[in-house]
Design a protein around this ligand. Structure first.
Ligand SMILES: [Fe+2]
Length: 470
């Protein structure tokens, strides 16, 4: 009888729980009804034109740029030579001048199981003028290759600037479509914020590092001309003790350098930069982030330093999303959310971009910081101090789309769709930024999802009610 009574109580509690929860759970945002043609996502073969090695003996290849200091007056130029080291120098000149200058760099190599890398050069050009077009050359004699980049305007609150967002790109036919759509977008960004998972070389036997080289050649058409701001994803870890490879991030950290020391970081996997009117914080989902760890201590000191009068826009990049309603990687970001979310709310982070889940999702402004183990308060609630969370892991890698979503759509999820694409975060001034997501199936100018951001610091009103175009 006692047991029956207990069972009845449980059933009543469950029914009550359902009644209480149903209105919340059913009150979610939009799950797109866009019907995408289902095709297998496969990597481009090694003889694809996008992987072609530049002609000429020891020609520089895999040329890529990233910001080289805290404010954008320096650029790190990286490239690979395969036959011999060659010269680790960059010749560069401003379009206002014909006088060539020289910056000296260094090269590194590494071995990974049975693979030996080429000579990976990194050269930081410093003392550049803001808002200036520079031409640069790498290589020697007949195999010199020339590119260009444009430095950002000086850091300031009303400086317009446009960022592209790409994640989980890989090197499939779909990856190529994503990159092309980004390049052909009439609002193409001036810098790419890349949210992790670059080459997916680790999906090949023994993490075939040749696929790191092919990826570098594939993206060169963009990375040689505008900086890509790098975030480490799980496909950068390359931890493979079964083949004797036990140093995490070995290929990634040899190939992709970032200016982490400029923001007093002690590791290339978490750092910050300022660019135009944005302060961008990059975090590592795959490095220790608990209390007392280097990443925790760094972020704890970094957030109070953000000067919203100088850089009104506070953007965070990480790989594993905190708010994700797909059945893929469900709750993988939860432990980091528990550690850092109160800070993001306190410091009014505008937007958090993550990847990892191979689909698109945008959240409402929500937080979930009231829980304290005993109070049971563990439901995300609307919070105008909270960031918008955007999952942009839809670059198109060989693992395919994440199509399986949780139902009903949670209330915090504003829009979600399992299609490949990229996004644009277009800062207009200190108060307004226009955000848009572009699916690969549409015309280059089509915005499949969009939102006006009103700045948390300068314009503290509810932007969740602003017009979206879905
Ligand atoms: Fe990932």
């Amino acid at each position: 009888m006692g047991s029956l009574g207990f069972n009845c109580a449980v059933v009543v509690a469950m029914v009550l729980g359902l009644i209480v929860n149903v209105p919340e759970l059913c009150n979610g945002g939009k799950t797109s009804t866009f019907v995408r043609k289902v095709e297998k996502t496969v990597d481009m073969p090694l003889d694809s034109d996008v992987f072609a090695v530049p002609s000429g003996y020891n020609a520089p290849q895999q040329v890529h740029l990233t910001q080289g200091d805290l404010v954008g007056k320096a650029v790190i130029v990286s490239w690979v030579t395969e036959d011999e080291p060659g010269l680790s120098v960059v010749h560069y000149w401003s379009e206002k001048s014909t006088q060539k200058k020289v910056a000296k760099g260094k090269f590194v190599t590494y071995r990974y199981f049975n693979y030996t890398s080429g000579f990976i050069h990194h050269c930081t050009i410093r003392g550049l003028e803001f808002n200036t077009k520079y031409y640069y050359e790498v290589g020697i004699g007949n195999t010199t290759r020339q590119f260009w980049f444009i430095t950002p305007p000086e850091v300031g609150p009303d400086v317009p600037y446009t960022f592209g967002l790409i994640g989980d790109l890989g090197q499939s036919f779909d990856s190529n479509k994503t990159l092309t759509h980004y390049e052909m977008n009439p609002r193409e960004g001036q810098t790419v914020l890349f949210v992790g998972d670059l080459s997916y070389a680790d999906n090949y036997p023994n993490h075939d590092n040749v696929r790191w080289d092919t990826w570098g050649r594939f993206v060169e058409r963009s990375t040689a001309y505008q900086p890509w701001i790098w975030t480490a994803g799980n496909h950068e870890i390359d931890f493979a003790p079964e083949i004797g490879e036990t140093k995490p991030f070995k290929p990634y950290s040899h190939r992709y350098h970032v200016p982490y020391k400029a923001s007093q970081s002690t590791s290339p996997f978490w750092y910050s930069i300022k660019r135009a009117s944005a302060h961008i914080i990059v975090l590592s989902s795959y490095s220790a982030y608990g209390k007392y760890t280097p990443q925790y201590k760094w972020l704890e000191e970094e957030l109070p330093k953000v000067n919203r009068t100088e850089t009104p826009w506070l953007i965070v990049l990480m790989h594993s999303p905190w708010y994700n309603s797909y059945n893929y990687h469900y709750m993988e970001g939860e432990t980091m959310r528990v550690m850092y979310e109160p800070w993001f709310v306190k410091y009014k982070v505008d937007v958090v971009f993550a990847g990892h889940v191979h689909a698109y999702e945008r959240s409402e402004r929500v937080s979930n910081v009231a829980y304290n183990v005993v109070n049971g308060l563990c439901t995300p609630v609307r919070d105008q101090s909270a960031p918008v969370y955007i999952t942009i892991g839809d670059g198109g890698n060989l693992e395919g789309l994440a199509t399986n979503m949780t139902y009903p759509q949670p209330e915090y999820s504003a829009y979600r769709e399992a299609s490949f694409g990229h996004a644009i975060f277009d800062i207009k001034n200190r108060t307004h930024a226009h955000y848009s997501w572009h699916r690969n199936q549409d015309g280059y100018a089509v915005e499949a999802d969009s939102l006006w951001f009103f700045n948390r610091f300068w314009h503290p009103v509810d932007d969740s009610t602003s017009q979206t175009t879905n």
